[in-house]
Write a protein that binds this ligand. Structure first.
Ligand SMILES: [Zn+2]
Length: 312
């Protein structure tokens, strides 16, 4: 990840400091990590490793991982500069993960959920057969238990090493979400930086409520590819969370330090609980949409989609 590297490594011994990708300030790594990888100067949200995301989101000791041993194989014998099977085994060794999706059951503010978290550290969070399979298994678990599904997206898109098999996962994950919807269960997708390609074009965009972290790149093709294709300059902030919120493509932007509270409130709201109780802190008076009434006003203004099938 380019933004975690130093421009001049020799000047910065021991990896104690990193440079903010957005404002260029030097950040003391320990402090940066204690702030869950958000820049203290400009609030830029860096990509969060999957395991840190799980720890930040769920109630302590409530996460029970499922299907940890599922792993991909090189069905096509794909050879890039490094053969796919070598790349897989090297990445497994480096990250300690089997693939790019972590799934399990957990509670958030005491409410049970099935959680799926994409891990950008594993081959750029790319979606191949294992991500699709584990996502479908997570949905099946949610249906079996009658729990909502919460999915954190962070992906460079489909995994090209698996060719058409990776593209099939788009249909597979959307089919699974359709079954979740038929079962009357609730789903939340949180798009984090970056959520692109086949993941944006499938499960990341078809959950009931779509949240995003501030400044996240969310799109299908990258901005440079689009600009080259249409031969036009793209508007400022194109494909960022704020741009998409303005155009109604996502429902709300939630900073990382408030995500757990927001999820608690939405889960309570959707499952007949008390959204106020689920929120540990008093509602900031000036924040928009920080009460059930304000959320209702916002929905009327078209900023929060009604739940699928709702009469509103
Ligand atoms: Zn910064």
């Amino acid at each position: 990840m380019a933004w975690t590297r130093f421009t001049r490594k020799k000047d910065m011994p021991g990896g104690l400091w990193i440079r903010c990708d957005s404002c260029g300030q030097m950040l003391f790594r320990k402090e940066f990590e204690s702030k869950h990888r958000v820049c203290g100067h400009c609030s830029h949200h860096f990509t969060l490793p999957g395991r840190e995301r799980v720890a930040l989101t769920v109630d302590p000791d409530s996460f029970h991982e499922l299907h940890k041993s599922v792993q991909a194989s090189d069905k096509l014998g794909f050879n890039d500069r490094i053969p796919y099977k070598d790349k897989l085994s090297a990445t497994r060794k480096k990250t300690g993960e089997r693939d790019a999706l972590i799934v399990g059951t957990a509670t958030i503010k005491g409410m049970p959920v099935v959680l799926a978290v994409m891990n950008f550290q594993f081959l750029g969070g790319s979606m191949g057969m294992v991500v699709g399979e584990k996502f479908a298994l997570a949905v099946e678990k949610a249906i079996e238990l009658g729990h909502p599904l919460v999915v954190f997206c962070c992906s460079g898109g489909a995994r090209m090493h698996e060719g058409a098999i990776s593209l099939m996962q788009m249909a597979k994950t959307c089919g699974a979400l359709s079954r979740l919807n038929d079962a009357g269960l609730f789903s939340i997708s949180i798009m984090t930086h970056p959520t692109t390609g086949g993941v944006t074009a499938s499960f990341a965009s078809v959950c009931d409520v779509l949240l995003a972290e501030p400044g996240a790149l969310i799109g299908f093709a990258g901005p440079r590819v689009i600009a080259t294709t249409i031969k036009k300059e793209l508007p400022e902030g194109f494909q960022r969370s704020e741009f998409l919120l303005d155009r109604g493509q996502i429902d709300r932007i939630v900073p990382r330090d408030r995500m757990r509270d927001e999820l608690g409130r939405l889960l309570a709201y959707a499952t007949g609980g008390d959204p106020v109780k689920a929120h540990s802190e008093p509602f900031p008076p000036t924040e928009e949409a920080d009460s059930v009434d304000a959320a209702s006003d916002k929905r009327k203004a078209g900023k929060l989609r009604p739940k699928r099938g709702s009469k509103e």
